[in-house]
Write a protein that binds this ligand. Structure first.
Ligand SMILES: *Cc1c(COP(=O)(O)O)cnc(C)c1O
Length: 368
């Protein structure tokens, strides 16, 4: 049996009419930049996440870029983050001319090791940029605490974690601001690129809003140099059609994760995802660790079971960041994770047969 890593066609088949109705509203109105749908989505996401303000963005990447620009982080500044994340996290730091100061991850949750943040702070540090990887938040209380004491801002990269809880609060709402991505493979995915910035700071939200439209305060009066970081109205329409289903989809993901966890529990070669007690994970990815990972991945692909590696090369080892002066062995936990992680199919439309097929194949691969 074939099990694709992700099956967006199966998702679309169930929501075709709702999506088309919302999209047709936009096309009929021909208000395709800004307008009612974008505002409606911003309000709906702010409410869903329980925060004061939400500002649409053209992608998760542009959300991070806008956040950094609006917080005036630039040349000479340092931003603390982890090397075990998607490229955009550190790419945006580099694009504003700042330097990423990496801190290793905790091996269980793959999120930043908060015990190591303190010694990474220098006079140049301006921000901490924790990433809520795979659907679980970083340890936000210590992060916010450290930031307060050192007078730093906190930008949450919540691209993979919409709706994830930390002590009852939602990903993206605990720092100075938080960034969401609606890339199609995220838990709430658009039909193209889209993102959002969350904040409880009215002044900052206003600035972010200005920054996303070339810093335009009112008609062609530019107080700031921004960019075109606007959320597309057609994407907003697609997202409005999907948002009411997000909680149901998330709980399906959590059920699949529990099913996998149980199936792999007796196998000493498989490390299943660790979720801290005070958190709920929304499982954008279900990531196991296995020895001989590349062989396991090859075996799965031969059996037509989709799998994927997030991430095969930590960011401190990427050629384009060589100016930052990092080298191999600087972040052993990130490097070890990069060698062992393997993401398995996890989406609400997976059938019972497909889940069992994944389990049989994974157990077969590791016990080979
Ligand atoms: C997806 C993702 C982004 C970027 O989002 P895009 O919408 O693809 O630009 C940033 N950070 C992380 C951790 C992501 O997973």
């Amino acid at each position: 049996m074939q099990v694709p890593f992700l099956d967006l066609k199966a998702q679309y088949a169930g929501i075709r009419e709702e999506v088309r109705t919302e999209v047709n509203d936009v096309l009929d109105s021909q208000i395709c930049i800004g307008g009612a749908k974008v505002e409606e989505l911003e309000q709906a996401i702010a409410k869903y996440c329980g925060c004061g303000y939400a500002v649409g963005a053209s992608s998760g990447t542009d959300a991070i870029l806008n956040a950094l620009m609006s917080l005036e982080i630039g040349p000479g500044d340092e931003v603390i983050t982890t090397p075990f994340t998607f490229f955009a996290t550190a790419g945006c730091i580099a694009r504003v001319g700042a330097r990423a100061v990496f801190v290793d991850i905790k091996p269980g949750t793959y999120n930043i090791d908060t015990d190591k943040i303190g010694r990474a702070i220098t006079k140049k540090t301006k921000a901490i940029l924790p990433v809520h990887l795979f659907g679980q938040t970083a340890d936000m209380d210590p992060i916010v605490d450290i930031a307060k004491k050192a007078n730093l801002v906190v930008i949450e990269d919540a691209a993979q974690s919409i709706g994830a809880n930390y002590k009852g609060r939602r990903a993206g709402t605990m720092g100075t601001c938080g960034c969401l991505s609606f890339y199609p493979s995220k838990n709430l995915g658009a039909a193209g690129d889209a993102g959002m910035i969350l904040s409880n700071d009215a002044e900052l939200a206003k600035k972010i809003r200005m920054m996303r439209n070339h810093g335009d305060e009112s008609t062609y009066q530019h107080r700031l140099i921004g960019g075109n970081f606007r959320l597309d109205a057609i994407q907003a329409a697609v997202l409005l059609a999907k948002l009411p289903l997000l909680d149901k989809w998330t709980s399906e993901r959590q059920k699949i994760a529990a099913y996998y966890n149980e199936a792999f529990a007796h196998c000493s070669k498989i490390t299943t995802p660790a979720v801290s007690k005070e958190k709920t994970c929304v499982y954008n990815y279900y990531v196991i660790r296995v020895p001989r990972r590349d062989e396991v991945a090859k075996y799965l692909r031969q059996k037509q079971i989709g799998c994927s590696i997030y991430y095969p090369l930590p960011l401190h080892m990427q050629e384009c960041f060589s100016d930052w002066g990092y080298s191999q062995d600087d972040f052993p936990e990130s490097e070890k994770a990069a060698e062992q992680v393997l993401a398995l199919p996890i989406y609400p439309e997976l059938t019972a047969e497909q889940k069992d097929c994944v389990i049989t194949a994974v157990l077969g691969a590791v016990e080979d």
